[in-house]
Structure formats: structure tokens, C-alpha cells
Design a protein around this ligand. Structure first.
Ligand SMILES: Cc1cc2nc3c(=O)[nH]c(=O)nc-3n(C[C@H](O)[C@H](O)[C@H](O)COP(=O)(O)OP(=O)(O)OC[C@H]3O[C@@H](n4cnc5c(N)ncnc54)[C@H](O)[C@@H]3O)c2cc1C
Length: 679
């Protein structure tokens, strides 16, 4: 019996319908444009790992360059790409260069004044020059104010001098920087000896012949956790002179004639809040995609992998599919449920923010009231979502046993590839502490009864009442109530610990209770995500009971796993604590039942993510489930597997010098091959 077709026949819902909602016909779009990339340079990408660091880099430059031409030759593809209907990484690993089209362009659009936009934007959009985002330095990352690169105004010559005064001031980590021509460089602006703070400057790094501009030392920082990343740069500036109009001046500016500095308005504009929030939401979407890919590979593989005899005593040779083992289900369905939670959150929050944006554009300023709180919650969300997605990706990899260690599995690469998202664009602890500050503020507001709380933190002001005793822990709303209770408990415990700190420095006080602060932020985000997930299912699937039901099951599984794994967080809630051992065993047995209920839909739930084989790049997660053929086929491409000369080992000439060849001759004589009978 073909295993995966059987698994697919058991679906309780329409995969086609769910897949359409999730991918918006992604497979069809890929099918439409894939022929554009059917050229030798894009072939055999799975063999990249066998290339040297330098050859791999050259290959990625060849692919990127050809992709630029493909985009320019095919306007339809260009539009689909610009509208984000199709991503370049579907066809090849762009090795950081496309950061130019995201972070660099976004920054340009949000920080350049009209004149600067006119000069740079069209060329940048065409990819006629390539820019990196150079903020982090060797000595400072999270502490942005501690960055040391200097931009000193020379009013007489109408120039800034960009200079790296110390070893620690070298720009270090900018993605795509080795293969870029320009960079958005962040430096301390010095005018008449006075530091005006950190500002962004456009600095050219390479000349038209590919060599470096005067005063620029640029390099690549070396092998990283993910082997395919070999285009992350470092840069030292030695008295580099740039014209005054290279300071991005949409908000703050320096008057060219007098050198007078005009600071940006102090408060973050509503629109900047929104663009930062949308950027965070897009990271949640990346987390979804990577987590869902890992689950697709691991669940398909677990559905076909046999291991362990069913009935040992009877001597039967029938084996269990590993997906039928309870622990395998616990680990993989956890990632599956989390993938869906990330997806619905990204969708729900995106449309919510867009709604606020529309209202603001229509002149309804009250729409911005919730933005600071929502922004803080989304900081915590970026941290929690990326950390948890990474945990789930790695867990899914481990669930594939030895094959999960093999690069051709496609899953081994996902974990190191995703790892960077936990750190970039806001390190996990820094963002969680940012979110915790808002929780502290919310508790203070409740304590002082000064103002009403905004929606995302309203639960913090709710009191623990008798009605809590009647919460039904196995319903979605009961689970949400419990998670809110846990988050509230942690927010108040954080405040208690924070208030006990002596001395006036708020950051140091928060540092002293950072452990509970990060916990409180995580709990706040988790209840927020469950609530959004709940709202999203109820608004997206009212007309499809079957999809609604399975989505609710995943939501409940995720919520109940959170409760059971964090039961200690309920300690201290008071005399009406009802997370007793009895309630906990209800939670645990419901988790067990949910795993049984989700099991028949498992393969269909990952099919619904809609990844095509060319995206998964996996021997063990292919749609047809023919894993063993694929693994062996991939191994046969290994250059060590010398097919000529009767498989003579590479390097034998050296190796043989330390072996006793006479002994090998003797033992070889003792072993023969039985003649293979002709059929
Ligand atoms: C793959 C990759 C790509 C990147 N791409 C870019 C890019 O394109 N452009 C760019 O400018 N940068 C880039 N970065 C840099 C990235 O933004 C920084 O690594 C990140 O901001 C963290 O800074 P850091 O490395 O200095 O870590 P640190 O700030 O030194 O953190 C080290 C540890 O100290 C802790 N810590 C630090 N400060 C505090 C605090 N105040 N309170 C509590 N704990 C604290 C952190 O939690 C962490 O555990 C990239 C990094 C990676 C890994």
C-alpha cells in the first residue's frame, strides 16, 4: 500500500481549499515561472555544499546576476516578484544580496528626503547598484548608542569624513556587504566637536572596476553557522570623504550653508511605528514558513518511516510508523500547531495594522491610540515567535533521527538557516525587555487607576474572581482565560520584584529582575498569539466547519501544551488557584486525545502549507514519500564515491603507506562473491 496516498485519503477537510487560503495558489505561480530558471546555472543546487567557500560564492554571484537579467527580461515576473507573489529563494539561495531590495530600499524610502529619493531610488529599485545596511560594529550591536564610527562635518569643503577610529568600530555583520557597491552606514554625527547622535549616510564602497574606494577596507567575515552564507561583510573607513548630501535627511538635517543641525521631532511618528510593526510581522511570516517547512519534511518522513516491531511476543515482523508513536506526535504536532498559529497571527496582525493605517490616512487620529502598546507587544512577539519557531524547527530535525543530520534531508539546513532571525533585527532579550517595560507600565496604570488600559494589555487590570473557578480548561476560551491568568500573574510578580529594587536607575532595576521580565513578556505574547489565532479562525473559517474544527484542535493543542509545560507559572495566583493536579491531568489527557484526533489529518495538514518539492529541497520530505531512493540517489553524487576504478578510495596512495598491504592481500583471498545467477 502506498503510505502517503492512504494518509491523504484520511483527511477530515478539503486540503485543496485550505491550501488555496494559505498559499493563494503559490504552487501555480511557481509552476508558471519555474521554466525561467531552468538553466544550467540554477541546476544541481543541492550539490553546492560540496563546493569550496570561494566557488560557492562565485556560483551565487552567477545566479544572482542571471536572476537580475531574468527579472529585466520578464516584466510579468518582475511584477509578481515586486508584489511578493513569488520569492527569489524559491528558485535559488540569493546569499544576502536581496537584502538590498528589502531592508536597504525600505530604509532609503523612509529616511531619504525628496531630493535624495530622486537621486537614488530609481537606480536602487532597478538594482543598478547594490546597498547593504551597515549598522552593527565589531564592538557593539544591541547597544546602538555605543556605535563608534564617526561622521565629522567639514563645512568648508561641504563634506563629511567617515572614519573608523578603533578596531571595535569596524562595521561587522552587514548582510550582503561583501558583494555590494554602497552601504547605508550608521555613524555618530560630529559638528564642531559636538556629537549629534547616530545618523545614516550613503557611502560608496566599490569602484566601477570592483576594487575598493579610497579609504575603504572591505572583506567577508568568514564561515558561519549556515554554510551557504558567505556574503556578510566587515568594513573599515579611513578618512573617507563624502558630500554633505549623503546624510539621509528626511527627519533631521544639517543646513549646507551654515552647518546648523536641525533635529528630528522627538516622538516616533505614527507612520514609523507602523512600518516597524509591519517589518516585525513579516519576520513572523518568515518564522511560519521555516517552521512549516520543517514540519512538512518531518511529518511526511515520520509517516513513511517504519521502526519498531508491533507485536514483539508474536514474532510478527510488522513495524510501527514512527508518526504513530505518542512522543513523536507530541513533538511534531507541537510544531505543526505552532506553524499554524504563526501563520494566522501574521495574517491577522497584518490586516489589523493595515486597518489602522487606513483609518489614519482617513484622518482618524484616534486609531493611533493603541500603537505604542501594540508596538511593544510586537517587539515581544518577534522575540518569542523566532525563538519558539527555531526550537520547533530543531525539534522537527531531531525527530528525523539520523536522516535529520543529512544535508540532503533539507531539514538539517533549516535550523542553522533560521537561527539568524532570533538575533537580527532585534535580539531576543533586548526585545523581550522592551515588551516587559510596557507590562510594568500597564500594572502601574492599574495600581494608580490613572487611565484605562489599551486592548492588548487590558487583561492585566482584570481581577481574579470566583468565576475563574468555573473555567473549562478544555475549551478554547477556557484555555485563553488560563493563559491570560498566567500572563497577568507574571506581570504582577515582575512589578513586585521591580519595585523592590533600590536606587533610581530604571534599566538596572529591570536588569535585576530580567529573568521574570522575559518570562512575563513571553507569557504576554503567548496569550496574545492564542487570542489572535482564535479570532483569525473565527473570522476566516465560519463557512467551513471541517477546516474550522481541525484549526481549533490545533489551537487547543498549542494552548494546552503551553499550560502543561509552564504549570509552575500559575503558582502564586492565590487561594482560587485551580491548576491543581486534578486539572493538570485533565489537561494532559486532553492533549493525548487531541493527538489521536489530529493524527489522521497530519499529512494533509502539512500538504496544505503548499510547499512544492523544489522549495523543500528534501530527499525525505518529498510529496511522493519515496525517501530511500532519493537519499541513495543523492549520496551517489558525492565526489568521494568514485565510480571509476572499482570504487578506489580517494587518497588511497597516501593512506596505503600506513597499512599492511600484505595482510590485506591475505584476508582478501579469504573472501569472494558468489556468482550472481542470471535470471
Ligand atoms: C546572520 C546575521 C546577519 C546580520 N545582518 C546584519 C545587517 O545586515 N546589518 C547590521 O547592521 N547588522 C546585522 N547583523 C547584526 C545583528 O543585528 C546583531 O548581531 C544583533 O543586533 C545583536 O547584537 P550583537 O551581536 O552585538 O550582540 P550583543 O548585543 O553583544 O549580545 C550578546 C548577548 O548579550 C545580551 N545583552 C546585550 N545587551 C543587553 C542588555 N541591555 N540587557 C540584557 N542582555 C543584553 C544579549 O541578550 C545577548 O545574549 C547580523 C547578524 C547576524 C547573525
Amino acid at each position: 500500500m502506498d503510505v502517503l496516498p492512504y494518509e491523504r485519503s484520511r483527511a477530515s477537510f478539503s486540503v485543496e481549499k485550505l491550501e488555496k487560503i494559505i498559499t493563494k495558489s503559490n504552487a501555480k505561480v511557481i509552476e508558471q515561472f519555474a521554466p525561467l530558471f531552468d538553466e544550467p546555472v540554477f541546476h544541481n543546487q543541492e550539490e553546492d555544499i560540496l563546493l569550496s567557500y570561494e566557488d560557492h560564492f562565485k556560483k551565487s554571484i552567477e545566479r544572482v546576476s542571471r536572476s537580475f537579467e531574468i527579472i529585466r527580461e520578464n516584466p510579468e515576473f518582475m511584477i509578481a516578484h515586486m508584489k511578493q507573489k513569488i520569492q527569489m529563494e524559491t528558485f535559488f539561495d540569493h546569499n544576502g544580496i536581496f537584502l538590498h531590495f528589502s531592508m536597504f530600499l525600505n530604509y532609503l524610502k523612509s529616511q531619504a528626503n525628496k531630493e535624495q529619493l530622486r537621486y537614488w531610488n530609481a537606480e536602487a529599485r532597478q538594482g543598478n547598484f547594490i546597498g547593504a545596511y551597515a549598522q552593527t560594529e565589531l564592538g557593539h550591536g544591541s547597544n546602538v548608542r555605543g556605535l563608534e564610527t564617526l561622521a565629522t562635518l567639514d563645512l568648508k569643503n561641504k563634506e563629511y569624513e567617515i572614519h573608523s577610529p578603533t578596531l571595535t568600530s569596524l562595521k561587522w555583520w552587514p548582510t550582503g556587504m561583501y558583494a555590494c557597491t554602497h552601504a547605508m552606514v550608521f555613524a555618530q554625527l560630529i559638528i564642531n566637536g559636538e556629537n549629534k547622535g547616530l545618523h545614516g549616510f550613503m557611502v560608496q564602497l566599490r569602484q566601477p572596476d570592483g576594487s575598493l574606494m579610497p579609504g575603504v577596507e572591505l572583506g567577508e567575515i568568514g564561515p558561519k553557522l549556515n554554510f551557504s552564507s558567505n556574503n556578510i561583510g566587515y568594513c573599515r573607513f579611513t578618512n573617507v570623504r563624502i558630500p554633505m548630501n549623503r546624510l539621509f535627511s528626511k527627519y533631521s538635517k544639517v543646513i549646507e550653508t551654515t552647518g546648523e543641525y536641525i533635529a528630528a521631532p522627538r516622538s516616533l511618528s505614527k507612520f514609523r511605528y507602523i512600518s516597524m510593526m509591519l517589518a516585525r510581522t513579516s519576520i513572523v511570516r518568515i518564522a511560519y514558513k521555516m517552521c512549516a517547512k520543517a514540519c512538512t519534511i518531518a511529518i511526511r518522513y515520520s509517516a513513511v518511516r517504519l521502526q519498531g516491531f508491533k507485536n514483539k511476543s508474536s514474532g510478527s515482523s510488522e513495524e510501527h510508523y514512527v508518526l504513530d508513536y505518542k512522543m513523536q506526535q507530541y513533538r511534531l504536532f507541537k510544531g505543526l500547531a505552532y506553524s499554524y498559529c504563526l501563520l494566522w497571527n501574521a495574517r491577522y496582525i497584518h490586516s489589523y495594522i493595515k486597518g489602522i493605517q487606513n483609518r489614519l490616512e482617513d484622518g482618524d487620529n484616534s486609531a493611533a491610540d493603541d500603537l505604542p502598546e501594540l508596538h511593544a507587544t510586537l517587539s515581544g512577539l518577534k522575540a518569542t515567535a523566532t525563538v519558539t519557531a527555531h526550537d520547533n524547527i530543531e525539534e522537527a530535525r531531531k525527530c528525523c533521527g539520523g536522516q535529520g543530520f543529512l544535508m540532503s534531508s533539507g531539514i538539517a539546513k533549516l535550523s542553522p538557516d533560521f537561527a539568524e532571525w532570533v538575533t537580527v533585527e532585534g535580539e531576543q532579550v533586548i526585545l523581550s525587555l522592551q515588551c516587559a517595560r510596557f507590562l510594568l507600565k500597564a500594572v502601574k496604570q492599574v495600581q494608580s487607576k490613572s487611565s484605562t488600559l489599551t486592548e492588548t494589555v487590558r487583561y492585566i487590570g482584570e481581577t481574579q474572581s470566583d468565576k475563574n473557578k468555573n473555567i473549562n480548561v478544555i475549551t478554547p476560551s477556557g484555555i485563553l482565560s488560563l493563559l491570560k491568568m498566567r500572563a497577568r500573574n507574571l506581570a504582577w510578580r515582575l512589578t513586585e520584584q521591580y519595585d523592590q529594587q533600590k536606587g533610581g536607575d530604571k534599566d538596572e532595576a529591570l536588569n535585576q529582575c530580567a529573568v521574570i521580565a522575559v518570562k512575563a513578556s513571553t507569557a504576554h505574547v503567548q496569550q496574545f498569539m492564542i487570542e489572535n489565532n482564535f479570532k483569525a479562525i473565527n473570522s476566516f473559517f465560519t463557512d467551513d466547519l471541517a477546516i474550522h474544527t481541525i484549526m481549533m484542535k490545533l489551537l487547543m493543542l498549542h494552548g494546552l501544551q503551553l499550560i502543561s509545560e509552564n504549570a509552575g507559572d500559575f503558582v502564586g495566583i492565590g487561594s482560587d488557584v485551580f491548576l491543581t493536579s486534578k486539572v493538570l491531568s485533565t489537561v494532559e489527557s486532553r492533549i493525548n486525545r487531541l493527538m489521536d484526533e489530529i493524527r489522521p489529518d497530519a499529512v494533509s495538514l502539512v500538504d496544505s502549507f503548499g510547499f512544492v518539492d523544489t522549495e523543500l529541497k528534501s530527499t525525505i520530505g518529498k510529496y511522493d514519500g519515496n525517501v530511500y531512493e532519493a537519499i541513495v540517489n543523492e549520496a551517489s553524487k558525492n565526489p568521494l564515491n568514485n565510480k571509476n576504478n572499482n570504487g578506489k578510495m580517494i587518497g588511497w596512495e597516501t593512506y596505503s603507506k600506513v597499512l599492511n598491504l600484505e595482510f590485506l592481500k591475505k584476508t582478501a583471498k579469504e573472501q569472494t562473491q558468489r556468482a550472481v545467477s542470471k535470471m
